[in-house]
Design a protein around this ligand. Structure first.
Ligand SMILES: [Zn+2]
Length: 346
């Protein structure tokens, strides 16, 4: 899909007087001390705040504000869960936090290395003793290092932003399997998953309210995007289903409480992608034939199907092509895609 016409999009955006005022405020103050307009957040449970990003692609038309973000407030400090798709989105999230609580941010958690979830990190990377701890899967740094040049180039070329090496902020606390973060009278349980949506997915569960931030292991409304392992993702979903949670914050789309129902559309889509791609391989179709012939989901309601379905077929085919080799032992999940770092990812 062609990139949006960035100048036209930015121009349309600036026509909104509200947004123009926000830009003027940002430009009038020095970087690092922007008077950013706070992001809109909703308190979904006591001390749990969520910002719902646009269900759109990571593009200038949406200012990179296309992922769900959140923060959880303890008695001592605040944990941020994802920071948005540009440093400006991170500034606006920080402004929303400062409006909600005087407590400092002690942890900035990245659920995975996709740009729409983590390029706001720079806004929280204050120097000195006040610096928060950046937290992510132990597998995030390798994937991020491979993709950082692409991300920085996209910010400059498509968003017209100045960037530096400081725009990419790596975790200082790396989660191998699970971790607990104490915010003061409140504990977050973190879990790093085997390769699924990506090779570095990390979920966050607030134990007090049983609010689960799913990372992009769950897409709602936004067509699921495969950048790791289809079989790994389906295994992760089977485990996720068993969790006792009260409120679910997906990586994209609306917050909900009916965990099973929220999962069902994604399960149907990924299940069909698996069976259709396996059938294509059995029938000897080339990857191009599979891309051309495997139908997009019939179920209504998915957005961005045009943008991502063919890409998903490509990734699924690459993963499943050799799964029956070596006397039926499957290939390593994720070996085909996430590790390369070469494909543009949104
Ligand atoms: Zn993602």
């Amino acid at each position: 899909m062609p990139k949006p016409a960035r100048y036209a999009d930015v121009s349309r955006w600036l026509q909104s007087s509200h947004r123009a005022a926000a830009v003027a405020a940002a430009v009038a103050t020095a970087p690092g001390a922007w008077a950013a307009t706070p992001l809109a957040v909703t308190q979904t449970a006591a001390g749990v705040y969520v910002h719902i990003g646009e269900v759109e692609d990571w593009a200038p038309a949406w200012r990179g504000d296309v992922a769900n973000l959140g923060f959880v407030v303890g008695s001592r400090c605040v944990a941020v869960i994802d920071t948005g798709g540009t440093p400006a989105v991170g500034q606006a999230l920080r402004a929303a936090i400062e409006r909600a609580t005087p407590l400092p941010v002690c942890y900035v958690i990245n659920t995975h290395a996709h740009p729409d979830h983590m390029l706001g990190n720079e806004a929280f990377a204050t120097p000195g003793a006040a610096a928060p701890t950046f937290v992510a899967s132990a597998r995030l740094p390798g994937t991020l290092a491979a993709r950082a040049p692409y991300y920085l180039n996209a910010l400059r070329r498509d968003f017209g932003l100045q960037t530096s090496a400081a725009t990419i902020v790596y975790p200082t606390l790396k989660v191998e399997s699970t971790a607990e973060l104490d915010l003061g009278d409140r504990v977050l349980h973190l879990r790093a998953w085997p390769t699924a949506h990506t090779d570095n997915d990390l979920t966050v569960l607030d134990l007090r309210t049983r609010t689960l931030f799913t990372a992009d292991l769950l897409f709602v409304q936004h067509l699921p995007v495969l950048d790791g392992s289809l079989r790994g993702w389906m295994s992760a979903m089977a485990e996720l289903r068993r969790l006792d949670v009260a409120t679910v914050v997906p990586g994209h789309g609306a917050v909900g409480t009916d965990w099973t129902a929220m999962m069902s559309a994604q399960a149907d889509y990924l299940g069909a992608l698996l069976s259709d791609t396996r059938r294509a391989i059995r029938q000897g179709w080339t990857i191009q034939q599979a891309i051309d012939r495997i139908a997009a989901p019939a179920a209504p309601g998915w957005r961005l199907t045009e943008r991502f379905h063919r890409r998903n077929v490509t990734a699924a085919y690459a993963e499943l092509e050799w799964e029956d080799d070596a006397a039926g032992s499957p290939t390593t999940p994720g070996a085909s895609s996430a590790a390369s770092g070469q494909r543009p990812v949104n």
